[in-house]
Design a binder for this molecule. Sequence first.
Ligand SMILES: CCCCCCCC/C=C\CCCCCCCC(=O)SCCNC(=O)CCNC(=O)[C@H](O)C(C)(C)COP(=O)(O)OP(=O)(O)OC[C@H]1O[C@@H](n2cnc3c(N)ncnc32)[C@H](O)[C@@H]1OP(=O)(O)O
Length: 207
Amino acid sequence: MTTRVYRTDERHLLGEGEVADRAGLAAAVRELIEAAVLTAAPPADVRAATAEVEAATARLRTARHDLPPLAPPEAGGMARQLANPVGGALNPIAPPVAIAVLPDGTARAEFTLSAVHEGPPSFVHGGVSAMILDQLLGVAALANGTPGMTARLDLRYRRPTPFGVPLVAEGKASGSEGRKTFAEARITGPDGRVTVEATAMFVMPVR
Ligand SMILES: CCCCCCCC/C=C\CCCCCCCC(=O)SCCNC(=O)CCNC(=O)[C@H](O)C(C)(C)COP(=O)(O)OP(=O)(O)OC[C@H]1O[C@@H](n2cnc3c(N)ncnc32)[C@H](O)[C@@H]1OP(=O)(O)O
């Protein structure tokens, strides 16, 4: 099987106004997802809401692209991915994780997860923590000037990660050798204790 990789110039680029509209849609659908998981409305209301959601989906499907759109590059950069499943403003399934890069190259995000991210009862699903750390480590590798594809991601779940409270994820590149970049990161709970630690290796593929 070969997968076609689309070039950036084949992708639809959104203007700033469209980005704001689409981010608004994604935020509303994110609320819908939480409402769908947690609703205690009577069955007739659930069925009526289902019909309304189906109507909205049909309306949006009247015209579609094959792949998520991108935002135009900022000065001299690459076209920006806005529908990434970790923190992408246009992607309703993305948990609300906005990653900033600090002057020393640390990638950092403060975020609060919710009941829709539950794995073990009352705690965050380990795959959700892994997804967030993979992205944060990838941003740290990029900030180091040595981006790549995740080749290894090693996780140590030290304590259960709570939802509904502010969490901090931080990570940084620790070195690189040729096409390989190493990085480490962690998620910390509101009590300052680490819940998950991760190390990763990114490899820049040979084209
Ligand atoms: C096209 C652009 C690429 C980069 C773009 C980055 C943009 C960043 C932008 C924004 C930041 C966003 C952040 C994103 C974060 C999320 C990232 C993901 O989720 S990535 C999806 C999950 N990962 C995969 O699907 C990888 C699948 N695997 C592969 O494609 C290949 O295996 C790959 C590229 C990882 C390596 O393939 P080879 O053919 O280049 O590797 P060989 O030449 O065999 O190895 C090179 C060296 O690396 C070691 N190596 C390779 N893979 C290894 C592994 N899995 N474990 C240990 N060592 C490995 C080898 O032993 C070798 O080491 P020796 O030079 O001999 O010392």
